[in-house]
Design a protein around this ligand. Structure first.
Ligand code: HSE
Length: 428
């Protein structure tokens, strides 16, 4: 009989329960594919007496995940609790120190402590795998570390927060304002316990930071990501963007430039007909660009029991098969410090400016753009309220410095009402 691979699972929420279900229902398939049975020795969660829809009676129970992580009958510790610090980090460290491999879905922990944990894993001769931490069921970590291992990666992009994509696409399809759809998403259980993680772009930023580390061989540098959430996106912007052939997405982009690593997570306009533009509801999409392969697009469910458990199991199966890939695709001690660079690459921008409805107002705005060296591609004015006129402008490619210059010019015109909205347009 081949030696089984023995799992200890900490965290029995949606993902943990999903993993237990796969181990139970696909036992034969996993044993055939992994070359050895995959079994669960023990589990741990905050509450023991709770119906999770799975039979846990044949597994030992541990109240303390750190104790679970150190058990002699655990080969792989599955950290499925979440949270950047606290029990998740303590148990992960304990597991590595006790000589266990670790599989985790915890993007926040790795985005903040990934380098130290990867070094600890290496020192202990163990691996940390985290397919489930990025874009749920999409095998993007594997695609980058293995499928594209022969490529120089030039750019990683993606819509990696399903909740934000749900909110933005629902606002558009139902013509509803942000707050109404936010409340709907909350009622559907889409939002994280701290909704800012989703709508503030932080959750997606964690994921981007992890992909950037693999793609560019740099230490994870979450703090360097320029992050802007979707809270300020109005139904007007969504409608106007649609009118001009665009859709608004919370888009993450990481690219290595001569000045350093650019990482940003922010609302962007993308062509409605592009792959990212067609992305509906809570689906995720990741676009990878390599010098040999060109562009590849991966699309799928970014959250939920089945998709996330599927990703956890892909890591478990690698370990069962004896495939041992370094946390970020190369030895952690060889990862370079990411030299962060402000994203300065020129791009077209969408501007929405509310103007006082009086003669010469629009001319003043056009002059401010001209003085900043910004050329107008398209311009529209919509039916307006009694005293203000909303004006939409799509610029030709321009830099953020020029845009800042123009904004300062707008402020001096004395015809602007409120703050202008500026959203970058990504041509894909
Ligand atoms: N809250 C995330 C999302 C899933 O909406 O995509 C977990 O990262």
């Amino acid at each position: 009989m081949t030696t089984p691979l023995r799992l200890g699972i900490a965290g029995l929420g949606t993902v943990g329960a999903g993993v237990v279900k796969i181990v139970q229902t696909h036992a034969d398939l996993l044993a055939r594919r992994g070359g050895r049975p995959v079994v669960i020795s023990a589990v741990s969660a905050r509450t023991r007496d709770k119906d999770r829809g799975v039979d846990l009676s044949s597994y030992d129970w541990e109240d303390d995940p750190v104790v679970l992580a150190r058990r002699d009958d655990v080969d792989v510790f599955l950290e499925l609790m979440g949270g950047p610090d606290g029990p998740a980090k303590a148990a992960t460290e304990a597991a590595l120190a006790a000589g266990k491999d670790v599989v985790t879905a915890n993007k926040a922990m790795l985005a903040l402590h990934g380098q130290a944990l990867a070094e600890a894993a290496e020192a202990a001769g163990r691996v940390i795998r985290f397919e489930a931490a990025v874009a749920g069921g999409i095998p993007v970590v594997k695609a980058l570390t293995e499928g594209l291992a022969g490529n120089q990666i030039s750019r990683v992009m993606g819509v990696m927060n399903g909740t934000c994509n749900y909110i933005l696409t629902r606002m558009e399809s139902a013509g509803l304002p942000y707050q109404t759809v936010f409340d709907e998403a909350n009622a559907l259980g889409y939002l994280e316990a701290d909704p800012t993680l989703d709508v503030g772009g932080i959750d997606a930023g964690h994921k981007l930071a992890l992909l950037a580390a693999i793609a560019f061989g740099t230490k994870v540098d979450f703090d360097a990501i320029e992050i802007e959430g979707i809270e300020r996106i109005s139904i007007d912007d969504i409608r106007h963007a649609a009118d001009m052939g665009f859709r608004i997405k919370l888009l993450g982009v990481a690219q290595m430039t001569g000045r350093g690593l650019e990482q940003r997570m922010s609302p962007c306009l993308v062509p409605a007909s592009s792959p990212l533009g067609t992305l509906e509801n809570a689906t995720n999409m990741v676009v990878l660009e390599g010098d040999a392969v060109g562009q590849i697009v991966l699309r799928g469910a970014g959250a939920g029991e089945g998709p996330t458990a599927s990703a956890v199991m892909s890591d478990v199966m690698d370990i069962a098969r004896g495939i041992r890939v370094a946390t970020f695709g190369q030895p952690a001690t060889g990862l370079q410090d990411a030299r962060p660079a402000r994203a300065t690459a020129a791009a077209p921008y969408y501007l929405r400016i509310a103007l006082e409805d009086k003669p010469g107002a629009l001319a003043k705005i056009a002059t401010a753009l001209g003085e900043a060296g910004i050329s107008i591609d398209r311009m529209r004015q919509y039916q307006h309220a009694e005293t203000t006129a909303p004006v939409l402008i799509v610029t030709h490619k321009t830099t953020r410095d020029a845009l800042d210059h123009a904004r300062a010019g707008f402020a001096k015109t004395g015809v602007m009402v409120g703050e202008p909205v500026a959203i970058r347009i990504e041509k894909l």
